[in-house]
Design a protein around this ligand. Structure first.
Ligand SMILES: [Zn+2]
Length: 251
């Protein structure tokens, strides 16, 4: 691999898959990567800044100290990151679908920088789809439910393993319709929109992870075009012609 890239996966071979008679290997790049990352030259991208002002410290738990809360969040993050580095056989096929059909608004805010009270607080790792509480949330592609439980920040969270290192993430749900270990088909109802965890109102936070890194969900909603354009050469030109958004080229 270029630059001697290190992957901590058990079965590297499972990261490859067949597509249109070719061998494809996902090579995600961290949002924070600049210039050269593992031998790959990275183009700069200026993500917009979202400014948020919070008057009082939000108390998302009624009991326990700040240290307990910080530790719990850290443990939850570690638990999830172990899941995201698993690689199973490919279960997805074709374009991923938007997981909410009847929505009020979609913010294509992948990678947007979050500034809370003037301080940079990381980048947004998905897209936000606002909808009424109780609106069905659908599996974006087929796979196995590997997480269906409550977290401090994400609230009620569903994570689907689609194989080849690809996971989809559905946060702040009001209700689960699946349990861990369930196989789900693309379009199947997995839960309901809510505002659990750190959320300011009913919406679905939808994210995609590849090999443990965040990528723009739009890429997977257009995955056939994206894969075809990459091996037909000059991917950006092809994507422009086909009317894809220019945001979030972090794959
Ligand atoms: Zn979000």
């Amino acid at each position: 691999m270029p630059g001697g890239m290190i992957f901590s996966f058990d079965k590297i071979s499972d990261l490859y898959f067949d597509f249109d008679g070719r061998k494809i290997f996902f090579y995600p790049v961290p949002l924070t990567a600049s210039r050269v990352w593992n031998g790959v030259e990275i183009c700069d991208k200026d993500f917009p800044v979202e400014r948020i002002f919070i008057r009082k410290k939000r108390r998302s738990v009624k009991t326990g100290s700040d240290e307990d809360l910080a530790l719990r969040i850290k443990n939850e993050k570690e638990f999830l990151s172990r899941i995201y580095t698993r690689v199973s056989q490919r279960m997805w096929d074709g374009d991923f679908i938007l997981p909410v059909k009847t929505y009020k608004n979609i913010k294509w805010n992948f990678g947007y920088k979050r500034e809370i009270n003037g301080y940079l607080a990381g980048q947004h790792k998905g897209i936000d789809i606002s909808a009424h509480t109780g609106t069905p949330v659908l599996a974006s592609a087929s796979g196995i439910v590997v997480v269906a439980r409550k977290f401090t920040l994400e609230g009620n969270l569903v994570v689907i393993d689609h194989g080849t290192g690809v996971f989809s993430i559905y946060a702040h749900l009001s209700k689960f319709h699946v349990k861990e270990g369930d196989f789900v088909r693309k379009g199947q109802i997995i839960g309901r929109v809510g505002s659990t965890g750190r959320s300011t109102g009913p919406h679905l936070h939808f994210g995609i992870k590849v090999a443990g890194l965040d990528v723009d969900p739009q890429i997977f909603m257009n995955i056939n075009k994206v894969l075809l354009s990459y091996y037909n050469g000059n991917s950006n030109e092809t994507r422009k012609k086909e009317g894809m958004r220019e945001e979030g080229k972090s794959l």
